[in-house]
Design a protein around this ligand. Structure first.
Ligand SMILES: NC(=O)c1ccc[n+]([C@@H]2O[C@H](COP(=O)([O-])OP(=O)(O)OC[C@H]3O[C@@H](n4cnc5c(N)ncnc54)[C@H](OP(=O)(O)O)[C@@H]3O)[C@@H](O)[C@H]2O)c1
Length: 287
């Protein structure tokens, strides 16, 4: 029996991953949410991990509010980097594998073709800096690691940190009849956490440690993503494309952050379905 600890188990990815792994035979799942573990507290992290003695630790917890990270860089670094380091250290101490979830925002967005795992990472906002630093912590402290970078996550639990997710925000505003101005000059791959969870479950079965990009297939702008949400749900409201400059968010964001998934294909993991199919599935599952 393999024991897997999921940290951040109430989040979008953490909750889907818990569901995904519960269905697998030979696996015992243990979960810790923010009320049970504090990543900023070294003794809380070490006590939890060395006490539970899992074979694999999956760290899905993070400070994910990208604009708020600009206002509170020390909190971002403490949670996403130093806290991730505590998790990796404690995992290594008990010879457990450590899985760290990272982001497309480690890239600056200057490319216009999908980023591979070997492309140099130059984050342009504090969130990306804190996550890249978290990656370095994990690589340095825990040799048996997987770093999984993904993009534009949405899941049925909704991001508690973000107070929902992009899909839910669009639906809520459209139901209120609010006009929507959505950026069309940032290209990404929105990814359903249910699909990402299934791929992570396959990945940790392989034993090929390292860094991997995992997203749904295809790419779109936030504007096209919003349009697809309205088209599929049939909700009607005014939708206008805008630019990053006009929108004026606090944090800079990469203009292009699509991740190439070739490496997972090379180790025998099937590519994830298209972002459009994943979105349809999400919309059919939400209540
Ligand atoms: N969301 C995205 O678009 C996106 C894109 C690429 C990569 N990622 C990465 O994917 C992972 C999962 O993201 P997600 O969207 O599932 O996030 P989420 O839904 O916001 O979940 C994150 C969880 O972490 C917990 N948490 C926050 N600070 C903590 C701390 N100091 N100690 C312990 N727990 C803490 C949160 O609890 P509370 O809410 O109770 O504080 C929450 O349950 C993260 O590593 C994120 O960086 C996210």
């Amino acid at each position: 029996m393999k024991k897997i600890l999921i940290i951040g188990s109430q989040g979008q990815l953490g909750s889907d991953l818990s569901k995904e792994l519960k269905n697998k035979s030979g696996i015992e799942i243990v979960t810790l949410d923010h009320t049970q573990i504090e990543l900023k507290d070294k003794s809380s992290v070490h006590r939890s991990i060395t006490g539970l003695r899992p074979d694999i630790v999956i760290n899905c917890a993070a400070f994910v509010r990208v604009d708020d990270c600009e206002d509170d860089p020390s909190h971002a670094i403490e949670v996403n980097s130093i806290g991730a380091g505590y998790v990796a250290q404690a995992s290594a101490k008990i010879d457990a594998q450590c899985v760290y979830i990272s982001t497309d925002y480690v890239f600056d967005g200057s490319k216009n073709t999908p980023y591979s795992e070997d492309d140099p990472a130059y984050p342009i906002n504090i969130y990306g800096i804190s996550k890249l630093s978290g990656e370095h912590m994990v690589r340095s402290y825990c040799p048996k690691h997987y770093i999984v970078r993904s993009s534009g996550l949405y899941g049925l639990a909704g991001s508690s940190g973000k107070g929902g997710n992009f899909v839910e925000t669009i639906i809520r505003l459209a139901k209120q009849g609010k006009p929507l101005n959505i950026v069309q000059d940032q290209t990404l791959t929105p990814t359903f956490t249910k699909d990402l969870s299934a791929a992570i479950a396959e990945l940790i079965d392989k034993g090929d440690f390292g860094t991997y990009h995992i997203t749904n297939s295809g790419e779109c702008s936030w504007f096209l993503f919003a349009k697809a949400i309205l088209d599929i749900t049939g909700l009607k409201t005014e939708l206008t494309p805008t630019t990053t400059a006009e929108y004026g968010a606090k944090a800079k964001r990469p203009a292009y952050s699509v991740l190439s998934n070739k490496k997972i294909e090379e180790i025998g993991i099937s590519l994830l379905r298209s972002w459009e199919e994943a979105l349809e599935n999400y919309l059919s599952l939400r209540t």
